[in-house]
Design a protein. Structure first.
Length: 418
């Protein structure tokens, strides 16, 4: 793949209405493009990162025993009437009617749909436990969309739903998902905390949020230095930050810190909230029971922005290798046609090692090429120049370290482990 035939179009300046650094850098690097308030197109560079996040999430969900399905974004309103959420959810729920005057909503979440599926397909205790997940577009009509894809109206989400015969089973399913989330966020490379949280409009008896630590985060979280306690500050009411720290310290003598976090995941123990309201029941020896549910969400598109908020410098994005659009960019400096042949040979070598790359073969100045590579945050820059070519050398720049060195191709490739 070459930049000359790829949508590799960077902007010099940030749009005036972009506030967060992730919003600015995603627009400047041409990862996304605004279509309407809170609605974005994911352009090729951004979509590659998005797909890498999906792949990490999908693999860990399936290793935890969840089965992938795909539910409709358009949902019948009568299901939301059954669950009593049609009137409770608020104006974020976008409603409309079709040509036959039937009422529908655009799905902000899918508890009603999955419970309707379960009441038609889960017939006996042998069908439990069950866990289904999807990666799908959601729509919430935010009153004030802002911060780019961090708080947009249309977004990509992974949501999973578990069904169990009793509370013990529900907690076991919950713990499986909790462990899977930790594996996902560890693999991405986040500095994050798991905090106790309010269940909000989803409901249920208990929930936890996964917060990426970042100064730009909308939420404040408090945690002990031994990391055995963490909570969203919203659970403490109107008290000041220092009052909360002092009160907790008086109880156990531990030191506490308050930082800002970006919520990228939320898991819930729902109990029978939806199985009861939508009449999902299973016949057992003891009689009919309402299975106990859990639900588990990850903001797929938000993860990209959260990663940028945690990984950037004055030159642009510093993507972790796990979700970078490309792991390496091969930059050609000079007009010798042999350089392109060398770049293509190097790209083949990288492909054999399982490393995805793109060749910058544009007719641009070296400065422009280096600036664009830094801006887009590709982890490794491999520089092929006429001087290096004559000396049989290859230059490697590591974006996260800001270091560069030269060696022969074999030794450079040995440093780039898959």
């Amino acid at each position: 793949m070459k930049t000359s035939s790829y949508h590799y179009k960077t902007l010099k300046d940030s749009p005036s209405d972009a506030e967060l650094i992730s919003h600015k850098l995603m627009l400047r690097s041409s990862m996304i493009k605004l279509n309407a308030s809170g609605i974005y197109t994911w352009l090729p560079l951004g979509l590659r990162s998005l797909k890498k996040v999906e792949n990490i999430v999908r693999r860990n969900m399936e290793e935890a025993g969840a089965q992938e399905i795909l539910m409709p974004m358009v949902q019948p309103s009568d299901l939301w009437e059954e669950s009593k959420r049609l009137s409770e959810y608020g104006p974020e729920l976008l409603r409309f009617e079709d040509r036959n005057d039937r009422s529908f909503v655009l799905g902000p979440t899918h508890e009603e749909i999955i419970t309707d599926i379960a009441r038609k397909t889960l017939n006996s205790p042998k069908d439990l436990p069950a866990n289904y997940y999807q990666i799908q577009t959601k729509f919430r009509d935010e009153i004030r969309p802002r911060f780019g894809v961090m708080r947009s109206r249309e977004f990509l989400m992974k949501d999973a739903y578990s069904f169990d015969i009793n509370e013990k089973g529900m907690k076991e399913s919950y713990d499986l998902m909790r462990d899977a989330y930790q594996k996902i966020f560890n693999e991405i490379g986040f500095d994050y905390r798991i905090v106790s949280a309010d269940s909000g409009a989803i409901g249920g008896s208990a929930s936890e949020e996964f917060h990426v630590l970042a100064d730009s985060g909308e939420d404040k979280i408090i945690f002990s230095d031994d990391e055995l306690f963490a909570s969203n500050l919203e659970l403490f009411g109107e008290k000041s930050d220092q009052e909360i720290i002092d009160r907790l310290h008086e109880k156990d003598g531990k030191k506490y810190s308050i930082k800002r976090g970006i919520e990228v995941g939320h898991i819930f123990q729902l109990g029978d909230k939806y199985s009861k309201s939508l009449s999902l029941s299973i016949q057992t020896k003891e009689g009919n029971i309402n299975p106990l549910m859990g639900c588990y969400g990850i903001g797929i598109s938000r993860i990209i922005a959260a990663s940028i908020e945690q990984n950037y410098d004055q030159d642009g994005i510093i993507f972790p290798r796990s979700i970078a659009p490309f792991e390496a960019i091969i930059i050609i400096i000079g007009e010798d046609k042999n350089l392109l042949n060398e770049a293509e040979s190097l790209q083949n070598d990288l492909t054999k090692k399982g490393i995805d790359s793109i060749i910058d073969d544009r007719n641009e100045s070296p400065g422009k090429k280096f600036k664009d590579a830094d801006l887009t945050g590709i982890p490794f820059q491999l520089i092929i120049s006429e001087k290096n070519h004559k000396e049989n050398l290859l230059e490697l720049k590591v974006r996260s370290e800001g270091t560069s060195f030269k060696d022969n191709k074999k030794n450079i490739l040995a440093k780039l482990k898959p």
